[in-house]
Design a binder for this molecule. Structure first.
Ligand code: TEU
Ligand code: CA
Length: 576
Protein backbone atom coordinates (compact mmCIF):
# COMPACT_ATOMS: atom_id res chain seq x y z
CA UNK A 1 0.00 0.00 0.00
CA UNK A 2 3.10 2.23 0.17
CA UNK A 3 2.66 3.30 -3.45
CA UNK A 4 -0.69 4.84 -2.46
CA UNK A 5 -0.79 8.60 -2.97
CA UNK A 6 0.12 10.27 0.33
CA UNK A 7 -3.00 12.43 0.26
CA UNK A 8 -5.12 9.43 1.16
CA UNK A 9 -3.74 9.74 4.72
CA UNK A 10 -5.47 11.53 7.62
CA UNK A 11 -5.67 15.30 8.00
CA UNK A 12 -5.75 17.44 11.14
CA UNK A 13 -7.30 20.88 10.67
CA UNK A 14 -5.98 23.88 12.58
CA UNK A 15 -7.77 27.18 13.08
CA UNK A 16 -4.85 29.46 13.92
CA UNK A 17 -6.74 32.08 15.95
CA UNK A 18 -7.96 29.44 18.39
CA UNK A 19 -5.26 26.78 18.58
CA UNK A 20 -2.45 28.01 20.83
CA UNK A 21 -1.40 31.50 21.88
CA UNK A 22 2.38 31.47 22.32
CA UNK A 23 2.87 35.14 23.29
CA UNK A 24 -0.16 35.79 25.49
CA UNK A 25 -1.92 38.43 23.43
CA UNK A 26 -5.14 36.40 23.45
CA UNK A 27 -4.84 35.28 19.81
CA UNK A 28 -3.52 31.95 18.64
CA UNK A 29 -0.46 32.06 16.40
CA UNK A 30 1.90 30.11 14.13
CA UNK A 31 4.41 29.70 16.93
CA UNK A 32 1.71 28.07 19.00
CA UNK A 33 1.20 25.54 16.22
CA UNK A 34 4.94 24.87 16.01
CA UNK A 35 5.06 24.28 19.77
CA UNK A 36 2.22 21.77 19.49
CA UNK A 37 3.62 19.65 16.68
CA UNK A 38 4.66 16.79 18.97
CA UNK A 39 1.10 16.58 20.22
CA UNK A 40 -0.30 16.62 16.68
CA UNK A 41 2.18 14.00 15.53
CA UNK A 42 1.25 11.80 18.48
CA UNK A 43 -2.33 11.60 17.22
CA UNK A 44 -1.17 9.60 14.23
CA UNK A 45 -2.24 12.03 11.51
CA UNK A 46 -0.27 12.54 8.30
CA UNK A 47 -1.23 15.99 7.07
CA UNK A 48 -1.88 19.39 8.67
CA UNK A 49 -4.34 21.83 7.15
CA UNK A 50 -3.86 25.39 8.32
CA UNK A 51 -6.88 27.71 7.94
CA UNK A 52 -6.16 31.15 6.45
CA UNK A 53 -3.20 32.84 8.15
CA UNK A 54 -2.79 35.55 5.48
CA UNK A 55 -2.93 39.33 5.80
CA UNK A 56 -6.58 40.19 6.36
CA UNK A 57 -8.94 42.69 8.00
CA UNK A 58 -10.60 39.60 9.56
CA UNK A 59 -14.20 40.42 8.64
CA UNK A 60 -14.65 36.68 8.00
CA UNK A 61 -11.75 35.33 10.09
CA UNK A 62 -9.16 35.50 7.35
CA UNK A 63 -11.38 34.22 4.52
CA UNK A 64 -11.14 37.83 3.37
CA UNK A 65 -7.54 38.07 2.20
CA UNK A 66 -5.82 41.40 1.64
CA UNK A 67 -2.44 39.96 0.59
CA UNK A 68 -1.78 36.33 -0.30
CA UNK A 69 1.95 36.73 0.19
CA UNK A 70 1.86 38.13 3.71
CA UNK A 71 1.06 36.61 7.07
CA UNK A 72 -1.49 38.27 9.37
CA UNK A 73 0.59 40.15 11.95
CA UNK A 74 -0.92 38.73 15.14
CA UNK A 75 -0.36 35.18 13.79
CA UNK A 76 3.32 35.75 13.03
CA UNK A 77 5.63 36.23 10.07
CA UNK A 78 6.60 34.60 6.80
CA UNK A 79 9.62 33.26 8.63
CA UNK A 80 7.35 31.58 11.18
CA UNK A 81 5.53 29.91 8.29
CA UNK A 82 8.81 28.72 6.83
CA UNK A 83 9.75 27.26 10.20
CA UNK A 84 6.36 25.60 10.50
CA UNK A 85 6.69 24.05 7.04
CA UNK A 86 10.13 22.63 7.75
CA UNK A 87 9.20 21.42 11.25
CA UNK A 88 6.17 19.60 9.86
CA UNK A 89 8.31 18.01 7.17
CA UNK A 90 11.00 17.07 9.68
CA UNK A 91 8.38 14.99 11.47
CA UNK A 92 7.46 13.18 8.27
CA UNK A 93 4.12 14.94 7.97
CA UNK A 94 2.80 17.21 5.23
CA UNK A 95 1.15 20.61 5.32
CA UNK A 96 -1.59 22.15 3.23
CA UNK A 97 -2.90 25.72 3.30
CA UNK A 98 -6.32 27.21 2.67
CA UNK A 99 -6.65 28.61 -0.84
CA UNK A 100 -9.33 31.32 -0.84
CA UNK A 101 -9.60 32.64 -4.36
CA UNK A 102 -13.28 32.96 -5.16
CA UNK A 103 -13.01 36.39 -3.55
CA UNK A 104 -10.47 38.66 -1.91
CA UNK A 105 -10.88 41.24 0.80
CA UNK A 106 -12.09 44.65 -0.36
CA UNK A 107 -8.76 45.80 1.11
CA UNK A 108 -6.74 43.77 -1.40
CA UNK A 109 -4.71 46.05 -3.73
CA UNK A 110 -6.42 44.43 -6.73
CA UNK A 111 -9.86 45.48 -5.55
CA UNK A 112 -8.76 48.94 -4.51
CA UNK A 113 -7.58 49.44 -8.07
CA UNK A 114 -10.63 47.79 -9.57
CA UNK A 115 -13.06 50.04 -7.72
CA UNK A 116 -11.07 53.20 -8.35
CA UNK A 117 -12.48 53.84 -11.81
CA UNK A 118 -14.31 52.18 -14.67
CA UNK A 119 -11.27 52.42 -16.90
CA UNK A 120 -8.74 51.03 -14.43
CA UNK A 121 -6.93 48.06 -16.02
CA UNK A 122 -8.08 45.88 -13.10
CA UNK A 123 -11.73 46.93 -13.37
CA UNK A 124 -12.52 43.63 -15.01
CA UNK A 125 -10.78 41.58 -12.29
CA UNK A 126 -13.98 41.65 -10.24
CA UNK A 127 -17.61 41.31 -11.27
CA UNK A 128 -19.16 44.72 -11.94
CA UNK A 129 -22.67 45.19 -13.33
CA UNK A 130 -25.02 48.02 -14.16
CA UNK A 131 -28.06 48.66 -11.98
CA UNK A 132 -31.55 47.69 -13.04
CA UNK A 133 -34.46 50.06 -12.47
CA UNK A 134 -37.95 48.94 -11.47
CA UNK A 135 -41.22 50.49 -12.72
CA UNK A 136 -41.03 53.17 -10.02
CA UNK A 137 -37.57 54.07 -11.22
CA UNK A 138 -35.95 52.55 -8.10
CA UNK A 139 -32.41 51.26 -8.46
CA UNK A 140 -32.20 47.47 -8.16
CA UNK A 141 -29.28 44.98 -8.15
CA UNK A 142 -28.75 42.88 -11.31
CA UNK A 143 -30.54 39.85 -9.83
CA UNK A 144 -32.21 38.39 -6.73
CA UNK A 145 -29.27 36.41 -5.31
CA UNK A 146 -28.91 36.33 -1.56
CA UNK A 147 -25.37 36.35 -0.24
CA UNK A 148 -24.23 33.44 1.95
CA UNK A 149 -24.19 35.78 4.90
CA UNK A 150 -27.62 37.35 4.25
CA UNK A 151 -28.74 40.39 2.26
CA UNK A 152 -28.27 40.97 -1.46
CA UNK A 153 -25.16 39.49 -3.08
CA UNK A 154 -24.63 42.83 -4.85
CA UNK A 155 -23.12 45.95 -3.36
CA UNK A 156 -23.69 49.38 -4.89
CA UNK A 157 -20.53 51.42 -5.39
CA UNK A 158 -21.25 55.16 -5.26
CA UNK A 159 -18.01 56.26 -6.85
CA UNK A 160 -18.32 54.34 -10.10
CA UNK A 161 -22.10 53.87 -10.04
CA UNK A 162 -22.12 50.11 -10.52
CA UNK A 163 -22.79 47.03 -8.44
CA UNK A 164 -20.15 44.43 -7.58
CA UNK A 165 -20.86 40.81 -6.72
CA UNK A 166 -20.05 39.34 -3.30
CA UNK A 167 -21.33 35.83 -2.61
CA UNK A 168 -20.19 36.31 1.00
CA UNK A 169 -19.72 39.64 2.90
CA UNK A 170 -19.71 42.96 1.03
CA UNK A 171 -16.08 43.09 2.18
CA UNK A 172 -15.42 39.91 0.13
CA UNK A 173 -15.83 40.92 -3.55
CA UNK A 174 -15.88 37.99 -6.01
CA UNK A 175 -12.95 37.76 -8.41
CA UNK A 176 -13.70 37.53 -12.11
CA UNK A 177 -12.28 34.14 -13.06
CA UNK A 178 -13.32 34.54 -16.67
CA UNK A 179 -10.46 37.01 -17.04
CA UNK A 180 -7.29 35.09 -17.88
CA UNK A 181 -5.01 37.77 -16.43
CA UNK A 182 -6.81 37.51 -13.10
CA UNK A 183 -6.39 33.75 -13.04
CA UNK A 184 -2.68 34.06 -13.77
CA UNK A 185 -2.26 36.51 -10.90
CA UNK A 186 -4.19 34.20 -8.55
CA UNK A 187 -2.02 31.23 -9.48
CA UNK A 188 1.18 33.24 -9.01
CA UNK A 189 0.39 34.89 -5.68
CA UNK A 190 -1.87 32.45 -3.92
CA UNK A 191 -0.52 29.12 -5.19
CA UNK A 192 2.99 29.16 -6.69
CA UNK A 193 4.36 31.53 -4.03
CA UNK A 194 3.47 28.99 -1.31
CA UNK A 195 4.24 25.84 -3.30
CA UNK A 196 7.76 27.18 -3.72
CA UNK A 197 7.97 27.55 0.02
CA UNK A 198 7.29 23.84 0.30
CA UNK A 199 3.61 23.55 1.12
CA UNK A 200 2.14 20.27 -0.08
CA UNK A 201 -1.16 21.46 -1.44
CA UNK A 202 -4.38 23.25 -0.66
CA UNK A 203 -7.82 22.97 0.80
CA UNK A 204 -9.61 25.04 -1.80
CA UNK A 205 -12.36 27.30 -0.52
CA UNK A 206 -15.72 27.28 -2.36
CA UNK A 207 -14.04 25.70 -5.37
CA UNK A 208 -17.22 25.31 -7.40
CA UNK A 209 -18.14 29.01 -7.35
CA UNK A 210 -15.39 30.33 -9.63
CA UNK A 211 -17.29 30.00 -12.87
CA UNK A 212 -20.66 31.76 -12.93
CA UNK A 213 -23.42 31.59 -15.51
CA UNK A 214 -22.63 34.58 -17.78
CA UNK A 215 -26.34 35.43 -17.85
CA UNK A 216 -26.42 35.87 -14.05
CA UNK A 217 -30.03 34.61 -14.00
CA UNK A 218 -32.41 35.13 -11.06
CA UNK A 219 -32.62 32.23 -8.62
CA UNK A 220 -35.99 30.47 -8.26
CA UNK A 221 -38.12 31.89 -5.45
CA UNK A 222 -37.97 29.64 -2.39
CA UNK A 223 -38.85 32.20 0.27
CA UNK A 224 -41.76 34.24 -1.03
CA UNK A 225 -41.66 36.65 1.89
CA UNK A 226 -38.03 37.55 1.28
CA UNK A 227 -36.44 40.04 -1.06
CA UNK A 228 -33.32 37.94 -1.77
CA UNK A 229 -33.34 34.26 -2.63
CA UNK A 230 -31.05 31.38 -1.80
CA UNK A 231 -29.10 31.07 -5.06
CA UNK A 232 -26.39 28.46 -4.48
CA UNK A 233 -27.76 26.08 -7.08
CA UNK A 234 -27.79 28.94 -9.60
CA UNK A 235 -24.29 30.35 -9.08
CA UNK A 236 -22.33 27.16 -8.33
CA UNK A 237 -20.83 24.84 -10.96
CA UNK A 238 -20.86 27.29 -13.84
CA UNK A 239 -19.98 26.40 -17.43
CA UNK A 240 -16.19 26.87 -17.20
CA UNK A 241 -15.59 25.01 -13.93
CA UNK A 242 -13.84 22.03 -15.47
CA UNK A 243 -11.55 24.23 -17.52
CA UNK A 244 -10.46 26.22 -14.45
CA UNK A 245 -9.91 23.10 -12.36
CA UNK A 246 -7.73 21.55 -15.06
CA UNK A 247 -5.71 24.74 -15.19
CA UNK A 248 -5.22 24.68 -11.41
CA UNK A 249 -4.20 21.05 -11.58
CA UNK A 250 -1.50 21.99 -14.08
CA UNK A 251 -0.09 24.33 -11.42
CA UNK A 252 -0.25 21.70 -8.66
CA UNK A 253 0.92 18.62 -10.53
CA UNK A 254 4.65 19.48 -10.83
CA UNK A 255 4.74 19.83 -7.03
CA UNK A 256 2.88 16.55 -6.45
CA UNK A 257 0.51 18.75 -4.44
CA UNK A 258 -2.81 17.74 -2.95
CA UNK A 259 -6.14 19.41 -3.70
CA UNK A 260 -9.36 19.13 -1.75
CA UNK A 261 -12.08 21.46 -2.92
CA UNK A 262 -15.06 22.62 -0.95
CA UNK A 263 -18.12 21.73 -3.00
CA UNK A 264 -21.40 23.03 -1.58
CA UNK A 265 -24.72 23.10 -3.47
CA UNK A 266 -23.97 20.13 -5.72
CA UNK A 267 -26.66 17.48 -5.52
CA UNK A 268 -25.75 16.12 -8.95
CA UNK A 269 -23.48 13.09 -8.56
CA UNK A 270 -22.09 13.26 -12.10
CA UNK A 271 -20.85 16.80 -11.53
CA UNK A 272 -18.99 15.68 -8.40
CA UNK A 273 -17.59 12.59 -10.09
CA UNK A 274 -16.36 14.83 -12.91
CA UNK A 275 -14.41 16.91 -10.40
CA UNK A 276 -12.76 14.03 -8.56
CA UNK A 277 -12.21 11.43 -11.27
CA UNK A 278 -8.49 10.64 -11.26
CA UNK A 279 -8.37 10.23 -15.00
CA UNK A 280 -9.87 13.71 -15.54
CA UNK A 281 -7.10 15.31 -13.42
CA UNK A 282 -9.04 18.15 -11.85
CA UNK A 283 -9.19 17.80 -8.06
CA UNK A 284 -8.03 14.92 -5.84
CA UNK A 285 -11.22 15.09 -3.81
CA UNK A 286 -13.99 17.40 -2.60
CA UNK A 287 -15.86 18.13 0.60
CA UNK A 288 -19.52 17.47 0.04
CA UNK A 289 -21.89 18.98 2.56
CA UNK A 290 -24.40 16.11 2.76
CA UNK A 291 -23.53 14.92 6.28
CA UNK A 292 -22.85 18.28 7.91
CA UNK A 293 -26.07 19.68 6.43
CA UNK A 294 -28.20 17.03 8.15
CA UNK A 295 -30.59 18.72 10.55
CA UNK A 296 -30.14 22.19 9.09
CA UNK A 297 -33.03 24.38 7.88
CA UNK A 298 -33.84 24.37 4.18
CA UNK A 299 -34.37 28.11 3.68
CA UNK A 300 -32.08 29.40 6.41
CA UNK A 301 -29.71 26.84 7.82
CA UNK A 302 -30.30 28.06 11.37
CA UNK A 303 -34.09 27.81 11.14
CA UNK A 304 -34.58 24.23 12.21
CA UNK A 305 -36.73 23.97 15.28
CA UNK A 306 -37.15 21.38 16.64
CA UNK A 307 -33.53 20.30 16.51
CA UNK A 308 -34.29 16.68 15.81
CA UNK A 309 -33.10 14.96 12.64
CA UNK A 310 -33.88 11.55 11.23
CA UNK A 311 -31.01 9.06 11.48
CA UNK A 312 -32.11 7.93 8.04
CA UNK A 313 -31.01 11.32 6.66
CA UNK A 314 -27.51 10.87 8.07
CA UNK A 315 -27.30 7.37 6.60
CA UNK A 316 -28.41 8.64 3.19
CA UNK A 317 -25.93 11.51 3.35
CA UNK A 318 -23.05 9.17 4.19
CA UNK A 319 -24.17 6.70 1.52
CA UNK A 320 -24.09 9.42 -1.13
CA UNK A 321 -20.54 10.59 -0.39
CA UNK A 322 -19.21 7.08 0.19
CA UNK A 323 -20.90 6.07 -3.06
CA UNK A 324 -18.38 8.15 -5.00
CA UNK A 325 -16.04 5.16 -4.82
CA UNK A 326 -18.58 2.84 -6.43
CA UNK A 327 -17.89 2.28 -10.08
CA UNK A 328 -15.78 5.43 -10.52
CA UNK A 329 -12.10 6.31 -10.48
CA UNK A 330 -12.76 9.11 -8.02
CA UNK A 331 -11.80 9.67 -4.38
CA UNK A 332 -13.87 10.95 -1.45
CA UNK A 333 -13.57 12.49 2.03
CA UNK A 334 -14.93 11.64 5.47
CA UNK A 335 -15.52 14.32 8.12
CA UNK A 336 -18.22 15.58 10.48
CA UNK A 337 -16.56 18.73 11.84
CA UNK A 338 -14.70 21.77 10.59
CA UNK A 339 -14.46 25.47 11.42
CA UNK A 340 -17.91 26.10 9.86
CA UNK A 341 -19.80 23.53 11.93
CA UNK A 342 -21.02 23.26 15.49
CA UNK A 343 -19.47 20.42 17.51
CA UNK A 344 -20.56 16.97 16.36
CA UNK A 345 -21.17 15.59 19.86
CA UNK A 346 -23.65 18.41 20.49
CA UNK A 347 -25.34 17.88 17.12
CA UNK A 348 -25.32 14.12 16.60
CA UNK A 349 -24.34 12.69 19.97
CA UNK A 350 -25.28 13.68 23.51
CA UNK A 351 -23.18 16.39 25.14
CA UNK A 352 -24.48 15.83 28.68
CA UNK A 353 -21.71 14.79 31.13
CA UNK A 354 -23.19 11.30 31.26
CA UNK A 355 -22.88 10.45 27.56
CA UNK A 356 -20.58 12.93 25.90
CA UNK A 357 -17.41 10.84 26.04
CA UNK A 358 -19.10 7.71 24.90
CA UNK A 359 -21.04 9.36 22.08
CA UNK A 360 -17.88 11.21 21.03
CA UNK A 361 -15.99 7.93 20.75
CA UNK A 362 -18.86 6.44 18.81
CA UNK A 363 -18.77 9.28 16.28
CA UNK A 364 -15.01 8.81 16.02
CA UNK A 365 -15.50 5.12 15.33
CA UNK A 366 -18.10 5.83 12.67
CA UNK A 367 -16.34 8.55 10.69
CA UNK A 368 -12.88 6.98 10.96
CA UNK A 369 -14.32 3.75 9.54
CA UNK A 370 -15.49 5.45 6.36
CA UNK A 371 -13.57 5.52 3.10
CA UNK A 372 -11.71 8.47 1.64
CA UNK A 373 -9.35 10.96 3.20
CA UNK A 374 -10.26 11.52 6.87
CA UNK A 375 -10.40 15.07 8.25
CA UNK A 376 -10.31 15.75 12.00
CA UNK A 377 -10.92 19.25 13.31
CA UNK A 378 -8.97 20.62 16.28
CA UNK A 379 -10.68 19.76 19.54
CA UNK A 380 -12.72 16.97 17.97
CA UNK A 381 -10.08 14.52 19.14
CA UNK A 382 -10.78 15.41 22.78
CA UNK A 383 -14.55 15.58 22.37
CA UNK A 384 -15.07 19.33 22.62
CA UNK A 385 -18.72 20.41 22.79
CA UNK A 386 -20.79 23.51 21.98
CA UNK A 387 -20.57 26.68 24.06
CA UNK A 388 -22.84 26.69 27.12
CA UNK A 389 -26.44 27.74 26.55
CA UNK A 390 -26.10 30.24 29.38
CA UNK A 391 -23.69 32.41 27.38
CA UNK A 392 -25.19 35.68 26.11
CA UNK A 393 -25.46 36.43 22.40
CA UNK A 394 -22.46 38.77 22.70
CA UNK A 395 -20.17 35.73 22.93
CA UNK A 396 -21.03 34.87 19.32
CA UNK A 397 -18.42 36.58 17.13
CA UNK A 398 -18.95 35.01 13.70
CA UNK A 399 -20.23 37.39 11.02
CA UNK A 400 -22.72 34.75 9.88
CA UNK A 401 -24.19 34.34 13.38
CA UNK A 402 -24.30 38.07 13.99
CA UNK A 403 -25.98 38.77 10.64
CA UNK A 404 -28.56 36.06 11.22
CA UNK A 405 -29.45 37.36 14.67
CA UNK A 406 -29.72 40.90 13.34
CA UNK A 407 -31.95 39.75 10.48
CA UNK A 408 -34.35 38.04 12.88
CA UNK A 409 -34.35 41.13 15.10
CA UNK A 410 -35.15 43.39 12.16
CA UNK A 411 -37.74 41.13 10.57
CA UNK A 412 -39.60 40.60 13.85
CA UNK A 413 -39.09 44.10 15.29
CA UNK A 414 -37.25 42.54 18.22
CA UNK A 415 -39.99 40.09 19.12
CA UNK A 416 -38.66 38.42 22.30
CA UNK A 417 -39.97 34.99 21.36
CA UNK A 418 -38.34 35.04 17.94
CA UNK A 419 -35.10 36.31 19.40
CA UNK A 420 -35.10 33.50 21.93
CA UNK A 421 -35.62 31.06 19.11
CA UNK A 422 -32.81 32.57 17.04
CA UNK A 423 -30.58 32.35 20.09
CA UNK A 424 -31.49 28.67 20.51
CA UNK A 425 -30.74 27.99 16.84
CA UNK A 426 -27.31 29.53 17.15
CA UNK A 427 -26.71 27.56 20.34
CA UNK A 428 -27.29 24.47 18.24
CA UNK A 429 -25.64 25.25 14.90
CA UNK A 430 -23.45 28.38 14.96
CA UNK A 431 -19.95 28.26 13.50
CA UNK A 432 -18.75 29.88 16.75
CA UNK A 433 -18.84 26.54 18.58
CA UNK A 434 -15.89 25.32 16.53
CA UNK A 435 -13.97 28.53 17.11
CA UNK A 436 -13.68 28.75 20.89
CA UNK A 437 -10.07 28.18 21.95
CA UNK A 438 -8.55 24.73 22.00
CA UNK A 439 -8.79 23.17 25.46
CA UNK A 440 -5.28 22.19 26.53
CA UNK A 441 -5.76 22.12 30.28
CA UNK A 442 -8.22 22.67 33.13
CA UNK A 443 -7.42 26.29 34.06
CA UNK A 444 -9.91 29.02 33.22
CA UNK A 445 -8.32 29.93 29.88
CA UNK A 446 -7.77 26.26 29.20
CA UNK A 447 -4.02 26.59 28.67
CA UNK A 448 -4.77 28.30 25.35
CA UNK A 449 -3.42 31.54 26.74
CA UNK A 450 -2.38 32.82 30.15
CA UNK A 451 -5.22 33.05 32.67
CA UNK A 452 -4.57 36.78 33.13
CA UNK A 453 -5.31 37.44 29.43
CA UNK A 454 -8.65 38.04 27.68
CA UNK A 455 -8.70 35.55 24.79
CA UNK A 456 -10.31 36.75 21.54
CA UNK A 457 -13.13 34.28 22.16
CA UNK A 458 -14.12 33.12 25.60
CA UNK A 459 -12.85 29.66 26.52
CA UNK A 460 -15.60 27.07 26.92
CA UNK A 461 -15.86 26.37 30.68
CA UNK A 462 -16.07 22.67 29.83
CA UNK A 463 -12.28 22.92 29.66
CA UNK A 464 -12.33 22.06 33.37
CA UNK A 465 -13.33 18.49 32.38
CA UNK A 466 -12.56 18.26 28.67
CA UNK A 467 -8.89 18.99 27.98
CA UNK A 468 -5.74 17.56 26.47
CA UNK A 469 -3.74 17.38 29.73
CA UNK A 470 -6.26 15.20 31.50
CA UNK A 471 -6.92 12.95 28.54
CA UNK A 472 -3.26 12.43 27.75
CA UNK A 473 -2.84 10.55 30.99
CA UNK A 474 -5.93 8.40 30.62
CA UNK A 475 -6.29 5.18 28.70
CA UNK A 476 -10.00 5.45 28.17
CA UNK A 477 -10.23 9.08 27.15
CA UNK A 478 -11.75 10.31 23.89
CA UNK A 479 -8.22 11.26 22.87
CA UNK A 480 -6.89 7.76 23.52
CA UNK A 481 -9.79 6.37 21.51
CA UNK A 482 -9.06 8.59 18.51
CA UNK A 483 -5.41 7.54 18.56
CA UNK A 484 -6.41 3.90 18.69
CA UNK A 485 -8.98 4.40 15.97
CA UNK A 486 -6.38 6.00 13.69
CA UNK A 487 -4.17 2.96 14.22
CA UNK A 488 -7.03 0.61 13.43
CA UNK A 489 -7.74 2.65 10.31
CA UNK A 490 -4.15 2.27 9.15
CA UNK A 491 -3.93 -1.40 10.02
CA UNK A 492 -7.07 -2.19 8.03
CA UNK A 493 -6.75 0.49 5.39
CA UNK A 494 -7.82 -1.79 2.53
CA UNK A 495 -11.24 -2.05 4.16
CA UNK A 496 -11.59 1.14 6.20
CA UNK A 497 -9.90 3.70 3.91
CA UNK A 498 -10.64 2.06 0.55
CA UNK A 499 -13.55 -0.30 1.09
CA UNK A 500 -16.97 -0.10 -0.50
CA UNK A 501 -19.72 1.08 1.82
CA UNK A 502 -23.01 -0.77 2.21
CA UNK A 503 -25.64 0.34 4.69
CA UNK A 504 -27.31 -2.41 6.76
CA UNK A 505 -30.90 -2.16 7.98
CA UNK A 506 -31.36 1.32 6.51
CA UNK A 507 -34.77 1.82 8.07
CA UNK A 508 -33.51 1.31 11.64
CA UNK A 509 -34.14 4.61 13.42
CA UNK A 510 -31.70 4.05 16.26
CA UNK A 511 -28.77 2.06 14.93
CA UNK A 512 -26.48 3.15 12.10
CA UNK A 513 -24.96 -0.09 10.83
CA UNK A 514 -22.87 -0.66 7.73
CA UNK A 515 -20.45 -3.03 6.11
CA UNK A 516 -17.21 -2.03 4.43
CA UNK A 517 -16.17 -4.41 1.69
CA UNK A 518 -12.44 -4.82 1.10
CA UNK A 519 -10.66 -7.06 -1.39
CA UNK A 520 -9.97 -9.82 1.19
CA UNK A 521 -12.15 -9.06 4.17
CA UNK A 522 -15.05 -6.99 5.40
CA UNK A 523 -15.75 -4.82 8.41
CA UNK A 524 -19.09 -4.53 10.17
CA UNK A 525 -19.75 -1.29 12.07
CA UNK A 526 -22.67 -0.69 14.40
CA UNK A 527 -23.44 2.56 16.19
CA UNK A 528 -26.33 3.06 18.58
CA UNK A 529 -27.53 6.64 18.15
CA UNK A 530 -29.72 6.55 21.22
CA UNK A 531 -29.52 6.77 25.00
CA UNK A 532 -31.35 3.45 25.35
CA UNK A 533 -30.43 -0.18 24.67
CA UNK A 534 -30.90 -1.20 21.06
CA UNK A 535 -30.88 -4.48 19.26
CA UNK A 536 -28.00 -5.16 16.91
CA UNK A 537 -29.22 -5.32 13.34
CA UNK A 538 -28.88 -8.77 11.85
CA UNK A 539 -26.13 -9.22 9.30
CA UNK A 540 -25.64 -12.71 7.95
CA UNK A 541 -21.97 -13.51 8.19
CA UNK A 542 -20.58 -16.98 7.76
CA UNK A 543 -16.95 -16.97 8.89
CA UNK A 544 -15.14 -15.47 11.81
CA UNK A 545 -16.28 -12.27 13.53
CA UNK A 546 -13.64 -10.44 15.52
CA UNK A 547 -14.28 -7.32 17.60
CA UNK A 548 -11.48 -4.91 16.69
CA UNK A 549 -12.55 -1.85 18.62
CA UNK A 550 -15.54 -0.64 20.60
CA UNK A 551 -16.29 2.26 22.89
CA UNK A 552 -17.71 0.23 25.77
CA UNK A 553 -15.23 -1.77 27.81
CA UNK A 554 -15.60 -5.56 27.35
CA UNK A 555 -15.93 -6.15 31.08
CA UNK A 556 -19.00 -4.04 31.60
CA UNK A 557 -20.47 -5.44 28.43
CA UNK A 558 -23.00 -8.13 29.18
CA UNK A 559 -25.33 -7.31 26.35
CA UNK A 560 -23.27 -8.47 23.44
CA UNK A 561 -24.14 -12.11 23.83
CA UNK A 562 -27.79 -11.22 23.53
CA UNK A 563 -27.11 -8.97 20.54
CA UNK A 564 -27.79 -5.74 22.40
CA UNK A 565 -25.99 -2.44 21.99
CA UNK A 566 -25.67 -0.23 25.04
CA UNK A 567 -26.59 3.49 24.89
CA UNK A 568 -24.32 5.27 22.37
CA UNK A 569 -22.31 2.12 21.88
CA UNK A 570 -20.23 1.66 18.75
CA UNK A 571 -18.54 -1.57 17.59
CA UNK A 572 -16.26 -2.44 14.73
CA UNK A 573 -15.88 -6.10 13.73
CA UNK A 574 -13.67 -7.61 11.09
CA UNK A 575 -15.40 -10.40 9.22
CA UNK A 576 -13.45 -13.03 7.40
O1 TEU B 1 -17.32 28.27 3.38
C1 TEU B 1 -18.17 28.30 2.29
C2 TEU B 1 -19.52 27.74 2.41
O2 TEU B 1 -20.03 27.34 1.39
C3 TEU B 1 -20.37 27.66 3.59
O3 TEU B 1 -20.43 26.45 4.24
C4 TEU B 1 -20.32 28.76 4.57
O4 TEU B 1 -19.53 28.43 5.66
C5 TEU B 1 -21.70 29.01 5.06
O5 TEU B 1 -22.47 29.37 3.99
C6 TEU B 1 -21.70 30.10 6.07
O6 TEU B 1 -22.78 29.92 6.91
C7 TEU B 1 -16.04 28.75 3.19
C8 TEU B 1 -15.26 28.80 4.47
O7 TEU B 1 -15.12 27.51 4.98
C9 TEU B 1 -15.94 29.73 5.41
O8 TEU B 1 -15.32 29.77 6.67
C10 TEU B 1 -15.94 31.11 4.78
O9 TEU B 1 -16.69 31.98 5.57
C11 TEU B 1 -16.50 31.08 3.37
O10 TEU B 1 -16.01 30.03 2.58
C12 TEU B 1 -16.13 32.34 2.64
O11 TEU B 1 -14.78 32.32 2.28
CA1 CA C 1 -0.61 35.24 20.10
Amino acid sequence: ISQEPWWKGSVYQIYPASFKDSNNDGIGDINGVIQSLDYIESLGVDILWICPMYESPQIDMGYDIADYKKVYGPYGTLEDMETLISEVHRRGMRIILDLVVNHTSDQHAWFKESRSSKCNPKRNWYIWKLAKYDSQGQRRPPNNWRSNFGGSAWQWDEQTQEYYLHLFCPEQPDLNWDNEQTRKAIYADAMIFWLQKGVNGFRIDTVNMYSKDPEFPDAPITDAAAEWQEAGLTYCNGPRMNEYLSEMNDILAPYNAMSVGECPFTPDRDTVVGYVSSQKKRLNMVFQFDAVDVGQGKVFKYQTEPFAYALRDLKDAVSRTQGLLCGTDGWTTTFIENHDQARSISRFGDDSPRWRERSGKMLSLLFAALSGTLFIYQGQEIGMINMPSSWPIEEYKDVDSCNYYRMVAERSSNDPQQLTQARASLQHLARDHARTPMQWGPSCNGGFTDDSVDPWMRVNPSTAEINVAQQTGSEDSVLAFWRQMLQVRKAHSDVLVHGIFEVVDAANEKVFAFVKHGPRSKALIMCNFSPSYSEMPAYPSMGKKELVIGNVAELQDNGVARGILQPWEGRLYMLS
